[in-house]
Design a protein around this ligand. Sequence first.
Ligand code: PGA
Length: 258
Amino acid sequence: MKIINLGTSHQAAFYVATELYKQMLLNKESKLGLATGGTMIEMYKALVTLLQNNRLDVSQVETFNLDEYIGLDSDHPASYHYYMRHILFDRYPMFDTAKIHLPSGITEDADEEALRYEALLDKRGPVDIQILGIGQNGHIGFNEPGTPFDSLTHRVDLTESTIEANSRYFDNREDVPKQAISMGLQSIMKAKRIILLAFGAHKKQAIAQLASGRITPEVPATILHQHPNVEVYVDHAAMVDLNSQNVGLDESCRGDQV
Ligand code: PGA
């Protein structure tokens, strides 16, 4: 795992967008694992700009999102279906809608939907690049602290801290769904390459826990130490002192500061 301070969130977003762009340029049939959340907004804007400037043919690219709230239909402005359309797919309409995948939030049987989604990932995957954000509690996707490391796509009870963090996207806190369907930690680990983004001082603690080198289900992102190809890009505010005594990363984890 490399933890690299790319300076500002703007610089980091542009760098990661370029990595996604290059992936699609080099392999027209790329499979991308996509994430939602505030952290990703600038990254998708930069990606749309790159796609538009270069008119890249992405019609064969296949995308898989990490998660969706249970109970929100795809037209709900806080749903991740809506987010993805609004921020990427409507802005660059060359993506083939048949190749865009998210778990459905309005299924009769969420457990059944989770099984369907995992089977789809197995059949069509692995993804070439999985993009991840990180929660303040160390969650990735909606895998909250305590999620087993061998979890596949599953129904999730959201923690109070996640509900609180996400309430900014809803009119009332009571409107925030209490459950979601999320790719599991094991599903995420199947990706060939993983890029995690974290910006802002409120993410510093989660990055510090990652940098400690300690692997524990209480901080779900720490499973990423067991993956051979992970890059973590942060801004100044989320960066931890990699020379501190509390940092357990070995020498290979230290990225260059830009
Ligand atoms: P955020 O969410 O980008 O909105 O901070 C990240 C996450 O919870 O995974």
